[in-house]
Design a protein around this ligand. Structure first.
Ligand SMILES: Cc1ncc(COP(=O)(O)O)c(C=O)c1O
Length: 462
């Protein structure tokens, strides 16, 4: 990321303009240039054009990424002390939105893929069960797809939520390109979701931070979304970012299908080459949950070298140092490589060649299976206080070993699997303390805690 890959995925005229005239287009609400917060001119036209392209009733341009769109979506649909139904592996902006809105998260069960140790998507039965029991739930939240490219039965989830008259917000940060090929998982809007928020900068050609929020149907209210965005977005939105969104829309209107199909062809080629390399495995068609529908975005290559005895971190290091290839993400398990509309055939050939060379030079003992150790130590959360109350309460730092029975005031999320062990407002149990210890021993990285060693943890003062 970003998807434009240093301009290669942007339409050539726009890339040239951005290169030569960046200062010229860095303007503000001058006469004729419209106002993002009350658009009636070119910004309105550009947003309307985007709505037509992506199949929305209304599209809003975002200058603070999908993060601000998630905040606005949740604030528009949920009120203080109401509930939102969520998978546990949500982006931290969702917890941020719960803090801002005073909303209680109600989490769905977690199931990890046994081989790649990443979270699978919820089922419609799980949604139905929770909505049937909990009338306080005012919105269902889904991610389509995950960072790793896994999607699930979004159509079933939307249908189930709508049967209860509950709207569905979809974090589609990694799915802006889905609208341009039938070989990709379905878009949220195509299966009837009410709000979809897409990081146009991640998988299409816009500049970093430039995203879109799409609204559709009658269960969400455009005016309410606009009101929340007015509160949250800058009063000086960047015209450079907005222009890059408009340029992306123009580019995708004229060539979207072609360039996305080309990227998918490259991705399938890379997948088949990588799966022929002895010792490497790529998350893909064979991935399946016990009872879960799975759809895979083929442009995300989540590659394991476990059989060679290499962690993703080690593999990424060799790719960078020896082959000058920067991966999107690496962790204890795998590396993640992305093929976007800016990726060239040469980039893909270099990756395949480098992987082949690394494999020939590496034969260490097969690594122990992390999943077997981690799967049974991911406890279900015990929400004792709203994230908002925990966030704004007085806090104190205590030693992790002495924190049993306290209420967490910060997020602690191990990667992999990217499922938080603790969020603000949740009870710290002996099981969780043991899980942190065990994950630290396995050198798993953590996001969120103020103390990176997690010897201590912030808790709510009582
Ligand atoms: C799943 C997911 N949702 C939301 C976001 C936030 O998107 P943005 O960076 O556009 O604010 C990210 C960013 O990494 C993400 O991975």
């Amino acid at each position: 990321m970003p998807g434009h890959q240093q301009g290669r995925g942007l339409c050539p005229e726009c890339a040239e303009l951005m290169k030569c005239a960046l200062f010229d287009i860095d303007l503000t609400e001058l006469p004729g240039l419209d106002d993002l917060h009350c658009p009636t001119g070119p910004i309105k036209e550009a947003q309307d054009r985007a709505a037509r392209l992506f199949g929305a009733d209304k599209t809003f341009f975002l200058v603070n990424g999908t993060t601000v769109g998630i905040h606005a979506a949740i604030l528009s649909l949920c009120r203080q002390d109401e509930e939102i139904l969520l998978p546990r592996d949500i982006h931290r902006s969702v917890i941020g939105a719960c803090i801002l809105a005073g909303v209680y998260p109600r989490y769905l069960p977690i199931e990890l893929d046994a081989e790649f140790m990443i979270p699978l998507t919820p089922t419609r039965q799980e949604i139905e069960e929770e909505l049937g029991k909990n009338p306080e739930i005012k919105a269902v939240f889904a991610t389509n797809p995950s960072y790793y490219g896994l999607a699930g039965d979004l159509a079933g989830i939307v249908k189930t939520a709508h049967d209860f008259n509950v709207p569905v917000i979809v974090d589609e940060a990694h799915g802006s390109h889905f609208a341009f090929s039938d070989r990709l998982p379905a878009t949220a809007l195509s299966v009837g979701a009410d709000i979809s928020i897409q990081s146009t900068h991640k998988t299409l050609g816009a500049f970093t931070q430039a995203s879109m929020l799409h609204v559709s149907g009658s269960l969400s209210d455009n005016n309410e979304v606009a009101r929340q965005l007015k509160l949250l977005q800058s009063t000086s939105p960047s015209y450079i970012l907005m222009a890059s969104l408009d340029a992306t829309v123009a580019h995708m209107e004229s060539s979207g299908r072609l360039i996305v199909e080309q990227a998918i062809d490259l991705a399938f080629y890379a997948r088949s080459e990588i799966s022929n390399i002895d010792g490497l495995k790529c998350l893909g068609e064979k991935t399946k949950g016990k009872n879960r529908a799975i759809a895979v975005d083929p442009t995300k290559l989540y590659i394991s070298a476990q059989e060679l005895g290499l962690t993703g971190i080690q593999l990424a290091e060799v790719l960078l140092q020896k082959h000058r290839i920067q991966v999107e993400l690496c962790d204890q398990m795998c590396i993640l490589c992305m093929i976007t509309i800016g990726t060239s055939a040469e980039n893909v050939e270099r990756l395949i060649k480098a992987l082949k060379e690394i494999v020939v030079g590496t034969r260490t003992a097969k690594r122990e299976n992390l999943w077997e150790k981690i799967d049974n130590i991911m406890p279900q959360p015990n929400v004792k206080m709203s994230p908002r109350d925990a966030w704004f309460s007085d806090k104190r730092q205590v030693l992790l070993k002495d924190s049993e029975g306290e209420i967490a005031a910060e997020i602690i999320a191990p990667y992999p699997p990217g499922v938080p062990l603790l969020c603000p407002g949740e009870l710290i149990t002996r099981e969780i303390i043991e899980a942190v210890r065990c994950l630290k021993k396995l050198s798993v990285a953590f996001q969120g805690p103020a103390d990176p060693e997690i010897t201590s943890v912030y808790v709510v003062s009582r």
